[in-house]
Design a protein around this ligand. Structure first.
Ligand code: NAP
Length: 460
């Protein structure tokens, strides 16, 4: 099998493939990135901004074509694909607009003399990104770092090669110098060796725990910094005072966005006893209405999963959970039709040793738990090794905020499904990774915080 391949998840058809980069070509690309850094680092924010704003503008101009490619390669519904293109464009624009302010010198107030901290770029960074949001994931990493003066080498997931090439083209068409943003068709097993190359100064990976552990090890071995955005099994807590119809609407969105293939999708619904029956009945009703269809059609409610292996893996997780004692309230199997479609599924009464209890379910499968106190809700919410996001629905915002303090995740949203926007920090804790992307925090991950101190040694 070729390293990089487009397989349409709606038809199962293998459409195109790309060869992996040769050793020699990789060497040349590393050299170009390294050379580019020497000039790019000296450019003003205004010069950098011109390129990034142009990337944002081009994304908007090409929205239809870019969106169609996402849908073709990983099966996202076309409406959502267009939303993703706009979100990615808004991230490029956000950093183009705000980077100068975020990275201004920081004056310090030492007892004697003067001092400030300057934010200097560190060089060529390697980004490793997943297929689930092919443009958004790259934007989160590339936009802040390019504005900060770093250069990017990008290893995208092997099932979205055409999206990967389009991103590189956006930069080229925006007038980026050669080496500023470079796509690499390189397989995962060559990354460890690449990490040892002195040109690479740091790495950021968004993906699974397994990939994260392997990258963190390679980074550690080479004394290079890493940022990891990994999996999640986010709780969605429904308190007894929540407005149920509104909560159900956003529970459906939270679980079913991107066909359930989002790291911050709501995965475990923890519902107070008093409203449990009503919530579950309405949630089930809404999921059962979701008909599978062609993801290229604007009216389609449910698209396919990204690949055959994703479908098989999820189906097996559900099967094993049911064998372990979980109850299947609806769904549970693939749709018997063309494409990698999984039925919207609800599991309840999930025992502690079931896979659904402790593993991430990356697709349209909701785990629902009944609790009778807030304390019980907190115990369940924290009964996972993940710590990415979470949501709380309640009529009492103060109560929601108090409860949020007890949830061990990087993000908690009150009366809103966990989400992402350019001006809010994104990231997790525990096994969901470390470091932050987006907002003013995301641009400070890969910088040399250089102290410049002025104080004559002879001054008293
Ligand atoms: P994955 O297998 O880890 O793939 C993600 C990326 O890592 C791909 O580019 C993949 O390349 C590469 N990769 C895999 N193993 C590697 C290794 N040993 N060394 C270097 N690179 C490696 O992830 P996935 O299962 O496709 O994606 C879904 C996961 O990502 C879920 O767990 C999800 O929650 C997580 N995710 C997290 C966030 C977040 O922000 N926290 C956002 C989105 C997704 P190949 O395709 O070539 O294998």
């Amino acid at each position: 099998m070729m390293a990089y391949q487009t397989v349409n998840p709606f038809t199962g058809e293998e459409l195109t493939s790309f060869d992996e980069i040769s050793k020699q070509a990789l060497k040349e690309k590393l050299k170009k990135a390294s050379t580019c850094f020497e000039t790019w680092r000296k450019n003003s924010f205004d010069e950098r901004k011109k390129i990034l704003q142009k990337v944002a503008n081009l994304m908007r101009e090409r929205s239809d074509e870019l969106a169609a490619l996402v849908t073709l390669e990983m099966g996202k519904r076309i409406k959502e694909s267009k939303g993703e293109v706009e979100l990615a464009a808004s991230i490029y624009e956000y950093y183009a607009t705000h980077a100068a302010q975020f990275l201004a010198d920081k004056p310090l107030s030492p007892e004697k003399g003067a001092a400030y901290v300057r934010n200097e770029p560190i060089g060529v960074l390697l980004g490793i990104e997943p297929w689930n949001y092919p443009y958004y994931q790259v934007a989160r990493f590339a936009a802040p770092n390019i504005m900060a003066g770093n250069c990017i080498l990008l290893k995208h997931a092997s099932n979205v090669p055409q999206c990967a090439l389009e991103i590189e083209k956006l930069f080229a068409d925006a007038g980026a110098p050669e080496g500023l943003y470079t796509n690499l068709f390189i397989s995962s097993d060559k990354i460890e060796e690449l990490m040892a190359d002195p040109v690479i100064k740091a790495v950021s990976l968004t993906g699974s725990e397994k990939a994260g552990a392997s990258i963190a090890a390679a980074a550690g071995k080479n004394l290079k910094k890493s940022v990891l955005e990994l999996g999640g099994s986010d709780p969605f807590i429904v308190l007894e005072d929540a407005a149920i119809d509104k909560t159900v609407k956003w529970a459906v969105y939270g679980r079913m966005q991107n066909c359930g293939q989002a790291c911050i999708a709501a995965k475990r619904f923890i519902v107070m006893d008093k409203v449990y029956d009503e919530f579950v009945e309405k949630f089930k009703g809404a999921l059962e209405k979701m008909e599978p269809g062609d993801p290229m059609q604007e009216t389609t409610m449910l698209g396919p999963l990204s690949s055959k292996s994703a479908l098989e893996g999820l189906e097996a997780q559900v099967e094993k959970s049911v064998k372990a004692g979980a109850k299947l309230l609806t769904g549970g199997k693939r749709f018997e039709m063309q494409g990698y479609f999984m039925q919207p599924t609800i599991l309840t009464d999930i025992p502690k040793d079931a896979e659904a209890y402790h593993e991430e379910l990356f697709g349209p499968v909701a785990s629902v738990y009944r609790v009778s106190t807030e304390d019980e809700a907190v115990v369940l919410a924290n009964a996972t090794r993940f710590g990415l996001g979470g949501a709380i629905f309640t009529a009492d915002e103060k109560r929601g905020q108090k409860l949020a303090e007890r949830i061990h995740t990087g993000m908690v949203f009150i009366n809103h499904p966990t989400g992402s926007q350019p001006d809010l920090p994104f990231g997790g804790t525990i096994q969901s990774g470390y470091g932050r992307e987006l907002s003013s925090l995301g641009i400070h991950e890969f910088l040399n915080k250089k102290l410049v101190r002025t104080c004559d040694i002879n001054d008293k």
